[in-house]
Design a protein around this ligand. Structure first.
Ligand SMILES: C[S@@+](CC[C@H](N)C(=O)[O-])C[C@H]1O[C@@H](n2cnc3c(N)ncnc32)[C@H](O)[C@@H]1O
Length: 239
């Protein structure tokens, strides 16, 4: 497991502290460092989500709420966004207030591995770039399944590992050499943007994620690669 720091406090506390520290520059850096492709990937998740016509949706590790906002636009979904980081949630709340979406989206601090919600509450769950940061992936996936209604989908967007030449080599150079440099300069956090490529490398992808889903309460699982496999969308349905 790759941790954001070596404080000895455990991954969860370190992840919360890291995102609290970069919350204000997070949105800008996200779009800037990905050349805006993250927006296209999120749109593809929302397109898949809409196929299920869900009413109550939970956005796990919502961060500053981008995915929740995208889902709420032009739909009747009622979205609950949860995140460990209070500062990320604060940034999200500002955006939601600006859009007047307070009646569509509720953001609260909570832990994906120990959710405050009742069993069988949601018609769909989604997580963008969150599961890689969980302290215990299996626990998180089981907990998300607990709050989903039977048969309902969990949609996960996560970085994966491109394998084709020269994308693999270029991506590696960019994510280890250029991205941490710019990230450090703008966010002033010395670790967050070197943790990013290391945590992607240290995390599972492709069929291994499907296996994790199947072992933790999901079936009819499948995935789609985006942009040469730089990210992937994984879908599973609660058993
Ligand atoms: C890379 S950000 C992604 C935010 C947002 N989903 C997006 O697409 O921009 C990862 C988020 O996961 C959150 N996170 C990590 N572990 C979590 C957990 N166990 N429960 C809730 N949130 C968690 C972090 O606080 C952080 O805001």
């Amino acid at each position: 497991m790759v941790n954001p720091a070596n404080t000895g406090k455990g991954k969860k506390d370190e992840v919360r502290a890291m995102f609290n520290s970069i919350a204000r520059s997070y949105d800008f850096l996200n779009h800037f460092l990905s050349f805006g492709i993250d927006i296209v990937w999120r749109k593809r998740l929302i397109k898949e989500l809409k196929k299920y016509s869900p009413e109550y949706v939970i956005d796990i590790a919502t961060g500053t709420g981008d995915l929740a906002i995208m889902a709420a636009k032009g739909s009747n979904m009622k979205i609950t966004g949860i995140d460990l980081s209070e500062k990320m949630i604060d940034e999200g709340k500002k955006k939601i207030a600006k859009l007047g979406f307070e009646n569509k989206i509720m953001l609260i601090t909570d832990d994906a591995e120990d959710l405050k919600f009742d069993d069988n509450t949601y018609d769909a769950a989604m997580v963008a770039f969150g599961i890689r940061n969980f302290e215990n992936l299996g626990k998180g996936l089981k907990e998300i399944s607990r709050v989903l209604k039977k048969g309902s989908p969990l949609l996960i967007l996560e970085f994966s590992k491109p394998s084709v030449f020269p994308v693999k080599q270029l991506y590696r150079f960019y994510s280890y050499k250029i991205l941490p440099f710019i990230g450090r300069l703008i966010s002033k956090n010395t670790r967050a943007y070197s943790y990013l490529p290391e945590s992607i490398d240290g995390f599972i992808s492709g069929n291994e994620v499907l296996k994790a889903l199947e072992e933790n309460g999901y079936s009819q699982c499948y995935y789609k690669k985006f942009t040469f496999g730089i990210s992937s969308l994984y879908v599973g349905h609660k058993n």
